[in-house]
Design a binder for this molecule. Structure first.
Ligand SMILES: *Cc1c(COP(=O)(O)O)cnc(C)c1O
Length: 376
């Protein structure tokens, strides 16, 4: 059996360095917002080539705090892709703002810059591009529209640790492509903690300072509260684990790329639509998402053969009960992506042998396979 993801296997090479990090924190007697957090913030800012990094409790709150810090009037609109992850949309709602769904480019699954302008109204204040599956959005085009309409740009980089975007002038890292970026270090992400953790990267010093207060009750100085803040602090243990794992991120991402190349050249089943392969080296390849017209049968067959898969995501945000107010919208590109998408196993611990078995199994499936094996 090849599971879709086995986080234990991914963390195994880091076991010793994690253990010593945990020991260091236990010994220190200081457990929330201390030296470990500060050290990780500096290391991650350097990794993303940004001036600032602010550690917070998780990815959802990283995004929410930035939108809160910008202080837009209530009900201001934020543009987001209609196939975004639910957390991206929740951050908008939780900041008291209104999501405006724009359909993605069906080839890249990412916010389509050509559709943004038509969605801008007098109330639009920001664009929230999600670097879904680890591929950077077309940030040159998005920043150009944002500049023209004086909008803020908040990257959702929670799936894009180590991804890059090749702009007109230079190549830049995810997290350094807008006004601010929200990160998640949930255990399954390319850089994962042993629990919840998140961060914001930005080059805006005033924003970073405000976020440092907002994550800690709105207090810059102990017991002095300048803002209506939150408790969204990063703890020392998670920061120490992240510092232990960060030096291995590039190598881990390179292993993902090797496996992706194996999939891209190996999978020849004509019913399978492969993900875009025009920037294999720039992608962080958080997920390898294919499309199949009979996704559910295809998935059931793979499982029968011992291959675990997952769906990112089965239901688009506007069809979730929580967003019933948006249920009337017709967003056919997002709806089709949610119907046909399937994520294959992809992580640094996957072996060539496992990848080859997955490729061979996929290539052996035809429509006839479903008729023979899965009578309905
Ligand atoms: C994981 C994720 C988040 C949320 O991060 P949490 O740490 O789980 O709150 C937000 N956006 C995207 C795209 C994600 O993948």
């Amino acid at each position: 059996m090849i599971p879709f993801l086995d986080v234990k296997r991914i963390n195994a090479p880091y076991q010793q360095i994690i253990n010593s990090a945990v020991g260091r924190v236990t010994e220190s007697g200081w457990y929330v917002l201390g030296q470990e957090v500060e050290a990780f913030e500096n290391e991650f800012a350097a990794y993303c080539q940004t001036r600032h990094c602010v550690g917070v409790a998780n990815g959802l709150e990283a995004l929410t705090l930035v939108l809160n810090a910008w202080g837009f009037p209530a009900k201001s609109e934020v543009i987001v892709a209609s196939n975004a992850y639910i957390a991206s949309v929740l951050s908008i709602t939780h900041a008291g703002l209104t999501p405006v769904f724009v359909e993605p480019d069906p080839r890249t699954y990412l916010l389509d810059p050509l559709r943004i302008e038509a969605a801008i109204t007098a109330n639009t204040r920001a664009i929230l591009p999600v670097h879904l599956y680890g591929r950077c959005c077309d940030m040159d085009a998005i920043n150009k529209v944002a500049h023209r309409y004086d909008l803020k740009v908040l990257e959702d980089a929670a799936q894009a640790h180590g991804a890059s975007c090749r702009g007109t002038r230079m190549e830049r890292k995810a997290g350094n492509l807008g006004d601010a970026a929200g990160w998640s270090f949930y255990p399954t992400k390319n850089l994962g903690a042993l629990g919840d953790a998140g961060a914001i990267t930005t080059n805006d010093g005033a924003l970073a300072e405000r976020l440092r207060a907002l994550r800690n009750y709105g207090s810059g100085q102990k017991y002095i509260n300048d803002y209506l803040g939150f408790n969204s602090r990063l703890d020392e243990l998670q920061a120490a684990v992240l510092s232990a794992k960060l030096p291995g991120l590039t190598e881990a991402n390179n292993r993902r790329k090797e496996l992706v190349k194996r999939y891209l050249t190996g999978i020849t089943n004509p019913d399978v639509v492969l993900p875009p392969a025009d920037q294999v080296e720039l992608d962080a390849w958080h997920l390898f998402v294919i499309q199949h017209p009979q996704r559910d049968d295809f998935r059931a067959y793979l499982l029968e053969q011992g291959i675990g898969t997952d769906i990112h995501y089965p239901i688009p945000p506007h069809h979730q009960q929580a967003y019933a107010a948006y249920a009337h919208l017709s967003l056919p590109i997002a709806e089709q992506l949610h119907r046909n998408s399937l994520s294959l196993p992809l992580n640094p611990a996957l072996t060539d042998h496992e990848a080859d078995f997955i490729i061979g199994t996929i290539n052996s499936i035809s429509n006839r396979t479903f008729e023979l094996l899965l009578p309905t």
